[in-house]
Design a protein around this ligand. Structure first.
Ligand SMILES: [Zn+2]
Length: 113
């Protein structure tokens, strides 16, 4: 059975970690704004496809796995928005912050994405 598969074991540990971090209810470690932990999938009205919500919750490794960080150690992970996590690597922090501000501002006026 798959129980001896290390990838499966890692997946389970990761799922448990996600739950533990979610239970702490922390804000995004990148932009500092609250995370709506209930956001997950949404249907894009433009193409009708199910997508991950850009402000949904993701776990980010503080020390990247590629540099030896553990993906399953709670001291090496932090909660972030999916969009923040994706834009983090760009090094364009100012542009990114403006992007997030406009995103958050829009959200107050409309529930459309
Ligand atoms: Zn964020």
């Amino acid at each position: 059975m798959a129980s001896s598969n290390p990838r499966y074991a890692n997946f389970t540990a990761r799922a448990n970690l996600r739950k533990r971090v979610k239970a702490m209810g922390l804000p995004c470690a990148i932009c500092g704004k609250p995370i709506d932990y209930d956001l997950d999938w949404y249907v894009d009205p433009r193409d009708g496809k199910r997508k991950r919500h850009p402000l949904s919750y993701e776990l980010d490794e503080i020390v990247p796995i590629s540099r030896g960080g553990s993906p399953t150690d709670i001291s090496n992970v932090q909660p972030v928005h999916r969009a923040c996590n994706q834009m983090k690597g760009d090094g364009t922090t100012k542009r990114y912050k403006r992007f997030m501000q406009s995103r958050h501002a829009k959200r107050e006026h409309s529930r459309e994405w």
